[in-house]
Design a binder for this molecule. Structure first.
Ligand code: HEC
Ligand code: HEC
Ligand code: HEC
Ligand code: HEC
Length: 547
């Protein structure tokens, strides 16, 4: 679908059509939940995590993310696995007048992949946090900074819609825009646009005060939004900082401090109890905005660490917070208007960052429906087949492990006994310890296939031309095979046939040293294999034979 900037009428029609399109797809998404999560209470089964339960005064110290300091050769990256003393949610919090959930920089992490135990985060557990707060009868609303996706591909767009649909269910009231979603470009962005939501308190609105889409101020997003929850009136706006903005066609960036004063005036005209800024900027830039425009009560900034401990920074009356990346945590602000003077944010608010772990949070059936719908769309669009494949630099094609096994019988026999041989099946069954749970098959999901089948670039999630497409078309490339480590083998076999053994060996050669430095880490990265340790892992897959 194309939008012509020179024809006002043309794109109004197109915009209308696309809203209808969105509504159409939302319909499919919004069938009622199958079951209620009835057994969730706030105090049971809690676990250790990095919450700070009380606001702390001006202290910007942060715990560096475990993932950032973790050396790939150490074990025990996942903190929830290593600590286990339970910790109740919102310990010592009196009931606030309002709870505000803050998230951002999800970067495509819709749900944990299940590659390793004790992975945290995902919309399913987040929805359970919302429910737990509601169960306490605290009024609750939620905002997200944006940065919901990572790549700019068809899959990312489908995922974006899925995340938005889940946020709608979770009563998100406003969502900022990150550079990631702006990269989709103006057209796609308009398709998702919902300028006048029918029910403004529950429909996420795209917020962006300082970008112009197709040179039209009100297109594609709102400058700000006023919502009222539990008798608290909130005015919220969002900006993209200079530190985050990239050049995107049809999207014009404006200096936040130039645009915001006008927006602030309109926000203040509504006489809100709280002024909120979602700032897609690094912390320095966010701080400088808070200093120049000292009107915001709460400022959610981007650019923090992956797992923050939840210490706010106070800048005048503004409480600046960051809530981590990849959807592993959620920030919650408790609002206590009675307990202090308006200009003392350290008493008006409590703030905590909650790790979404499986000990304290249960899956939400409604979110599983979104996930299933997402997987169905990936299958329907047949992305693994349709997205443009690339040439392998070697110029050879993938032949499959069984063919290698015709000559390398022992290596093949050994491989059959390794986990690598069953990597495709894991996408259907999930982990051993997920048995009996309702695992949603991911065999059409390129972001899973890229490491679990043969002939893909694992990190870029791109298929090589002769790489795995689906079980029917490429049954010889199921699982994580020889050629993912050794490279495609057609040339090797030709050389063997021509009796050019030295050359034949050279093309396939992977040394132990290369493996240790590079080969394994293409897939055994910090997200998917945090406990990876070369020697013990190699021990399980080594195959020191040539016949
Ligand atoms: C970047 C590579 C990579 C991607 C992408 C990836 N995985 Fe994995 N996966 C791995 C690795 C490596 C392991 C083994 C981890 C270990 O044991 O240390 C694994 C293990 C698993 C396991 C556990 C298998 C078992 O029986 O123990 C499951 C289930 C799984 N992955 C599912 C998925 C799903 C679903 C996706 C897509 C959302 C996905 N993976 C994406 C690399 C990846
Ligand atoms: C037609 C038989 C044949 C097939 C099929 C075959 N190879 Fe080989 N391969 C050989 C021979 C012969 C050698 C040399 C053995 C020697 O050094 O004694 C060799 C050597 C190798 C080596 C050792 C390279 C080195 O470091 O010296 C690797 C690795 C290898 N092959 C991988 C593969 C893989 C992976 C496949 C499947 C894509 C494959 N081969 C398919 C015959 C074959
Ligand atoms: C193309 C991606 C890829 C590469 C490259 C790769 N692996 Fe894996 N590996 C996986 C996946 C996916 C799994 C999970 C398999 C499953 O579903 O059980 C896995 C699982 C394993 C396991 C089983 C772990 C367990 O818990 O038992 C070992 C051991 C292992 N890999 C070792 C290695 C080593 C050593 C290397 C490098 C020499 C390597 N892998 C390279 C994708 C890869
Ligand atoms: C996880 C990555 C990985 C997979 C999968 C893998 N290899 Fe290897 N292979 C290696 C590495 C690394 C070496 C080098 C070992 C060394 O130098 O000690 C190697 C060595 C070899 C050798 C030379 C053995 C020797 O000691 O001289 C052959 C032959 C071989 N592989 C064939 C295969 C075949 C056939 C398959 C599939 C059935 C396969 N490999 C699967 C990583 C892998």
């Amino acid at each position: 679908m194309f939008y012509k900037r020179n024809s006002e009428h043309h794109y109004r029609v197109a915009l209308l059509a696309s809203i209808l399109l969105l509504v159409g797809c939302e319909k499919k998404l919004s069938s009622p939940p199958i079951a209620k999560n009835s057994d969730s209470t706030v105090t049971e089964n809690q676990s250790a995590h990095s919450e700070t339960e009380k606001p702390v005064t001006t202290d910007t110290a942060e715990k560096t993310s475990a993932a950032q300091t973790h050396q790939k050769t150490e074990s025990g990256h996942h903190k929830s696995a290593s600590k286990s003393s339970p910790r109740p949610l919102f310990k010592d919090w009196p009931a606030p007048k309002l709870a505000i959930i803050l998230t951002g920089e999800r970067r495509g992490y819709l749900e944990p992949c299940g590659c390793t135990q004790n992975q945290t985060g995902g919309v399913s557990l987040l929805a359970n946090l919302v429910k737990k707060i509601e169960d306490q009868k605290w009024p609750v609303t939620a905002f997200d900074l944006g940065g919901l996706v990572k790549r700019n591909r068809r899959q990312s767009q489908i995922k974006y819609e899925t995340i938005l649909a889940s946020m709608k269910d979770m009563k998100y009231a406003g969502i900022g825009l990150g550079p990631e979603e702006l990269r989709f470009g103006a057209d796609i962005f308009l398709q998702l646009h919902n300028p006048e939501p029918a029910s403004p308190n529950t429909t996420p609105t795209f917020l962006a005060a300082n970008i112009l889409i197709l040179e039209t101020p009100d297109l594609g997003k709102s400058h700000f939004k006023i919502i009222e929850v539990g008798g608290v009136k909130i005015a919220v706006t969002s900006i993209i900082g200079k530190s985050r903005m990239e050049k995107v066609p049809d999207i014009v960036w404006q200096e936040p401090v130039k645009v915001l004063p006008e927006v602030i005036k309109k926000m203040q005209a509504a006489k809100p109890d709280l002024m909120v800024l979602l700032s897609q900027s690094d912390k320095e830039e966010s701080k400088s905005i808070a200093e120049k425009l000292p009107v915001f009560d709460i400022l959610l900034t981007a650019g923090g660490v992956e797992d923050p401990i939840g210490k706010p920074t106070f800048i005048g009356k503004t409480m600046m917070v960051d809530v981590g990346h990849k959807g592993k945590n959620a920030g919650v602000v408790g609002y206590y208007p009675e307990s202090a003077a308006k200009d003392d944010p350290s008493k008006r608010f409590r703030f905590t960052v909650i790790e979404l772990d499986k000990q304290r949070f249960q899956d939400t059936p409604r979110m599983a429906e979104h996930m299933q719908f997402y997987q169905d769309r990936l299958k329907q669009e047949d992305l693994a087949a349709k997205e443009l494949p690339i040439d392998h630099p070697r110029g050879a094609t993938y032949v499959g492990a069984e063919t290698c096994g015709e000559c390398h019988t022992k290596a093949y026999e050994k491989w059959l006994t390794t986990a690598h041989a069953h990597a495709y099946e894991s996408l259907i069954t999930g982990r051993e310890d997920q048995k009996g749970q309702n695992v949603i098959s991911r065999i059409y999901d390129p972001e899973c296939l890229s490491c679990h089948v043969t002939g893909w670039h694992p990190q870029d999630v791109i298929r090589y031309k002769s790489g795995f497409v689906n079980k029917k078309e490429s049954p010889h490339l199921l699982g994580q095979q020889c050629e993912n480590c050794h490279g495609p083998g057609s040339g090797h076999i030709e050389l063997v046939d021509m009796d050019k053994l030295e050359e034949a060996k050279k093309v396939m050669r992977v040394t132990l040293d290369e493996a240790k430095k590079k080969t394994c880490y293409q897939c055994h990265d910090l997200d998917n294999s945090p406990n990876f340790e070369f020697d013990s892992y190699w021990e399980k897959v080594k195959h020191p034979w040539r016949d």
